[in-house]
Design a protein around this ligand. Structure first.
Ligand SMILES: Nc1ncnc2c1ncn2[C@@H]1O[C@H](COP(=O)(O)OP(=O)(O)OP(=O)(O)O)[C@@H](O)[C@H]1O
Ligand SMILES: O=P(O)(O)OC[C@H]1O[C@H](OP(=O)(O)OP(=O)(O)O)[C@H](O)[C@@H]1O
Length: 521
């Protein structure tokens, strides 16, 4: 019987091809039970992507879970030892909370794990299989290698205190040089130390070149060893290294990864489709002395592909916030050659473009900018720090434009007095920011979520105070309110989709350079 492969979805076709690839490389298929004992996850919560797990009590009284992860089960059950190597691959669905839909989602994963005696050859084999896995999708791809040893070595070398390491790592991961500098200076790091951390953000690109220029930054043996390992992997890949890049600012989960880390991207897919690395601490919990390396390919992401762009039409798309902030940003962009012939604010058009400048603007609601960019519907965008803090977004934050400056404040009636023995009623649009602010003070609050004209709430007795943006202070003054606490400076940030940053890098960096120059004037 003839079988028509064209009826298969991308993820089905790829998983068929990868099965054969992994089997040929000596990996055996690992079959997971439908459910796993919740105890396994409870004891290893910090190795999971999220602590939220779907649980239920089985008919025999055992507390079971819908698996949020496969690696943990393989690590527990594999016959791994420091002397021998066990190689498994899997195709499984896992269940994790989705930040987008605020529900649990089913994620289809295909991956492999190499446990036990993991030496240079085994590492190179896993990286090569990751590369070939991306290649089997038939689309342009990039595999970015990084190394946790280099990053943590650098944090040690510059004397970064433990309390701020997570914050610094987040700044590095999101390429937020401006925030990295601020945090480093607040923590009293030296100028050289701060410069070294910022320099890390620039260490990405073709493998051998990046490793070579990183040599000068290797301040201790952990950093040199990491570079040596990357050099050896790039060397072992040899001519297969096409599509491989090194990004030393790539930061994986600190609890999980302890060495090489890597992420795979496909042109047209908005986020990483493959993630992996070295995770000795997890496997060593079950098999002392054993090491481990592996990766997972997110098959769902292959179906999430963005609409095909016409050949030659590789314009940079920009999510521009409608309104006062967007107007300021547009004027700035127009002043450096990215203007459009028509005045967008005089039309109702939501898309305006300048083909010769290679730029297309989408006019979106300010609070939606980060969503467009994170999902790859726009390559880059401009968004207030308030929105980024409130909603979070998995994007690069490349520049603080300094535009749209204002502050997040607690404000209340002019005669406001604290009553510490009861929960404070706080009206706000920024629920998360307000909760985090008061949680840090240990103050109990009741949040009243509103969408606008927040200042009315305390006037009408709906709340005691508000958490809102204050720019000139006019709105507060005219409504007989006062600033009680000014706690977060805000300005508009230039953000980029992680995949667009790679596949449209020239255009993104050109825009970034022009913006930085004009802002610095
Ligand atoms: N006075 C201000 N009031 C509100 N936002 C300001 C002010 N000054 C600067 N901003 C910045 O401009 C961004 C857009 O604010 P704007 O008031 O135009 O939209 P919005 O009404 O808050 O948006 P949405 O309609 O999406 O809720 C804010 O996220 C903030 O970063
Ligand atoms: O300090 P000021 O210069 O007076 O600016 C602050 C005001 O501007 C914003 O409101 P916006 O105009 O966005 O309307 P909103 O009530 O719909 O949020 C903010 O929520 C304040 O109300």
């Amino acid at each position: 019987m003839e079988f028509d492969l064209s009826i298969l979805k991308p993820q089905e076709l790829v998983s068929l091809q990868l099965r054969s690839l992994y089997e040929k490389a000596g990996y055996r298929k690992y079959h997971m039970g439908r459910f796993e004992e919740y105890g396994l996850y409870q004891e290893n919560l910090h190795f999971l992507p999220s602590e939220q797990v779907i649980t239920f009590t089985d008919l025999d009284g055992r507390l079971l879970a819908l698996k949020p992860d496969v690696t943990l089960s393989i690590a527990k059950n594999a016959q791994a030892s420091a002397e021998e190597r066990t190689k498994y691959y899997y195709i499984e669905n896992v269940y994790r909370p989705s930040l987008e839909s605020h529900t649990f989602e089913e994620i289809s994963q295909m991956g492999l794990e190499c446990m036990g005696r993991v030496d240079d050859a085994a590492t190179a084999e896993v990286v090569r299989l990751a590369l070939e896995s991306l290649g089997r999708t038939g689309r342009p791809f990039l595999l970015q290698l990084g190394h946790m040893g280099f990053v943590t070595g650098l944090l040690d070398a510059v004397g970064a205190p433990e309390r701020c390491r997570l914050e610094l790592l987040e700044c590095i991961r999101d390429k937020k040089a401006h925030a990295l500098r601020q945090a480093a200076s607040r923590e009293g790091l030296s100028k050289q130390g701060t410069d070294a951390l910022c320099r890390l953000l620039e260490l990405s690109g073709e493998g051998a070149r990046v490793v070579e220029s990183a040599d000068a930054l290797a301040l201790n043996s952990a950093m040199s060893d990491a570079l040596e390992e990357l050099r050896s992997i790039c060397g072992a890949l040899g001519r297969d290294a096409k599509g491989v890049q090194v990004d030393l600012a790539q930061v994986g989960d600190m609890d999980y990864y302890n060495g090489l880390v890597f992420q795979g991207f496909l042109d047209g897919c908005p986020r990483a489709v493959l993630k992996g690395g070295r995770y000795d601490p997890l496997v060593a919990r079950f098999h002392p002395g054993a090491r481990a390396i592996g990766f997972a390919l997110y098959l769902n992401e292959l179906n999430r592909r963005l609409p095909e762009r016409e050949e030659g039409e590789r314009m940079l798309s920009v999510a521009l916030p409608k309104g006062r902030l967007g107007d300021q940003i547009y004027h700035l962009l127009a002043s450096v050659g990215y203007g459009c012939g028509e005045n967008y604010s005089e039309t109702r058009k939501l898309v305006v473009e300048n083909q010769s400048a290679g730029i297309r603007y989408f006019l979106v609601k300010p609070s939606d900018v980060a969503i467009y960019v994170e999902h790859g519907a726009a390559d880059v965008g401009f968004v207030g720090r308030d929105i980024l803090c409130e909603h979070g977004a998995d994007v690069y934050e490349l520049l603080d434009t300094g535009l749209g400056r204002c502050d997040m404040c607690v404000a209340g009636p002019e005669d406001f007095e604290e009553e510490p023995d009861r929960a404070l009623r706080v009206a706000t649009k920024f629920v998360r920011i307000a909760r985090e602010h008061y949680a840090a003070q240990g103050r109990d609050i009741d949040v009243i979520e509103l969408n606008g004209s927040i200042e009315l709430a305390p006037i009408l007795g709906l709340s005691d105070v508000i958490v809102d943006i204050v720019e000139t202070g006019t709105t507060l003054r005219e409504n007989h309110l006062k600033v009680i606490e000014r706690f977060m400076p805000i300005s508009a940030r230039f953000i980029a989709n992680r995949s667009s940053y790679l596949f449209k890098q020239e255009a993104v960096l050109r825009l970034l350079t022009r913006l930085s120059e004009v802002i610095a004037q």
